[in-house]
Design a binder for this molecule. Structure first.
Ligand SMILES: [Zn+2]
Length: 290
């Protein structure tokens, strides 16, 4: 049965613990479209996508989260950006050979995970953790242990469902102002959740999944939120980048190629500017400054 990409929030009635469950397979396939990533890079982007979606859903305000991995290995950058409306996009930059069974460490080398939270109104927050663990989920655990945030655990599953690539995951978090919630309770719920299999997340109804995991607990399930691929690029944003280049550089490209062709690395859209467009962009910038 076809399941739409959705994010579900739930709450344990008898504990100060909340949860999330996301299916993001369709969004995942959109992100991989038009790119020829090696399998381990595809998997890394799927894991980042699930993590970003789950983290974005914990925001108490409008804004967006970027989770990015950067290092000195062949995978220079892998990044997913998502907002409170669960609109996600992402890209990886590779320079070198990524073999079929590469581990996270082999792909990224000495690297970091950077989590940037950007509220629509308010100050940006950035957290950095060294990539020292074997998997992305473990690195996220390191992040939550090291930054003084609410105890949080993520469970990420990627794989194949009905011959197509799939990504899904869950999150458990102790509620704000309830940090005294017993560690035993949280650990117990974490142990139960860790048993979830990819194929169950990809194919079963959410109620069925929650029943299988927590059949002895009372769980309240809230209305789901759609998750989708959406790129925030635009002709205007490209124009804004273009005006930061020197006249000399722009004229050089125009003389050589006849126009400036900017491609969005996230979605592959081409934005083409010719000499006339550029005159217009320059004059628009001037009128905005005056
Ligand atoms: Zn784009």
């Amino acid at each position: 049965m076809f399941k739409q990409d959705q994010l579900h929030r739930f709450l344990f009635e008898n504990y100060s613990v909340r949860g999330e469950l996301v299916l993001a397979s369709e969004t995942y396939r959109h992100i991989l479209e038009n790119h020829d990533y090696p399998q381990p890079v595809q998997q890394l982007l799927g894991e980042l996508l699930v993590a970003t979606s789950l983290l974005t859903a914990t925001l108490k305000f409008d804004g967006d989260i970027t989770v990015q991995i950067q290092g000195d290995g062949p995978v220079k950058l892998a990044v997913i950006n998502g907002n409170h409306q669960q609109q996600m996009r992402g890209v990886a930059r590779i320079d070198g050979l990524v073999s079929e069974n590469s581990s996270l460490k082999q792909m990224v080398g000495t690297g970091y995970m950077v989590i940037t939270i950007t509220p629509t109104h308010g100050e940006r927050y950035q957290g950095v953790v060294a990539l020292e663990s074997e998997t992305l989920a473990e690195c996220l655990d390191d992040y939550f242990r090291q930054s003084e945030q609410l105890p949080t655990r993520l469970f990420i599953r990627t794989g194949i469902q009905d011959g197509r690539i799939a990504a899904s995951g869950m999150l458990l978090q102790i509620l704000p102002a309830a940090e005294q919630e017993s560690t035993d309770v949280f650990d117990h719920l974490v142990q139960l959740t860790a048993t979830i299999k990819g194929e169950e997340l990809f194919s079963l109804e959410v109620k069925e999944i929650l029943h299988r995991l927590y059949h002895e607990e009372d769980v309240v399930l809230y209305e789901p939120q759609p998750v989708e691929f959406r790129c925030t690029c635009s002709r205007q944003r490209c124009a804004d980048t273009l005006v930061t280049l020197s006249d000399e550089d722009v004229n050089h490209i125009l003389q050589k190629d006849g126009n400036i062709n900017m491609e969005c690395e996230y979605c592959g859209t081409h934005y083409i500017f010719d000499a006339d467009d550029f005159v217009e962009i320059r004059s628009e910038k001037k009128s905005r400054l005056h």
